[in-house]
Design a protein around this ligand. Structure first.
Ligand SMILES: [Zn+2]
Ligand SMILES: [Zn+2]
Length: 175
């Protein structure tokens, strides 16, 4: 499997994916999870794509299964950590899960932040650098956007119950 991966020289996340297995908290077909070196909350990890993809804006609808695996894996690890710590199960409102967008992107290798609980975060993280919108894209929004761009029909279109599913994050804050 790993033999099919292209490694970009000098990319620190490619190096972690390929060579630093001791840092992997979890490994799946398409992604690995590591701790963020500057945690903004008690639980803060990064889900890295195994494949070198520079940034979320390079993704297409073909990458939706990758994003879904990344989200599933991040949530799974969080649930395991909460359980181990004897804490209550994930409270959705306290979870921030998504991607930095340029120019706030520090490492140009696809990485999804999973941060929990948001009440641990400092004001700057919560209101600025990890605020859903122009600089930080929640994974669900990214998936919906990629599907919409590819013209995949929305199964809930025309359904009056649709608005009930929204979680209050402004949709399409990013072009
Ligand atoms: Zn890379
Ligand atoms: Zn980031």
């Amino acid at each position: 499997m790993t033999s099919m991966l292209t490694t970009v020289a000098g990319c620190k996340f490619c190096d972690i994916v390929k060579n630093k297995k001791t840092l992997h908290l979890k490994e799946k077909d398409k992604c690995v999870v590591i701790n963020d070196i500057k945690p903004k909350a008690k639980h803060h990890f990064l889900v890295l794509s195994k494949q070198h993809i520079a940034k979320p804006t390079d993704l297409t609808a073909a990458d939706v299964p990758l994003l879904e695996e990344m989200e599933r894996t991040g949530r799974e690890l969080l649930r395991e950590q909460l359980k181990k710590a004897g804490e209550a199960d994930t409270v959705e409102d306290m979870l921030r899960i998504g991607f930095h967008l340029p120019p706030l992107l520090s490492v140009h290798h696809l990485h999804m932040h999973v941060i929990y609980p948001t009440s641990d975060m400092g004001l700057i993280s919560r209101k600025l650098t990890f605020r859903p919108g122009k600089v930080f894209k929640p994974v669900r929004e990214l998936v919906e956007q990629l599907k919409a761009n590819a013209g995949v029909p929305d199964p809930l279109q025309g359904n009056p119950a649709k608005d009930d599913c929204h979680d209050g994050i402004p949709a399409h804050a990013i072009a």
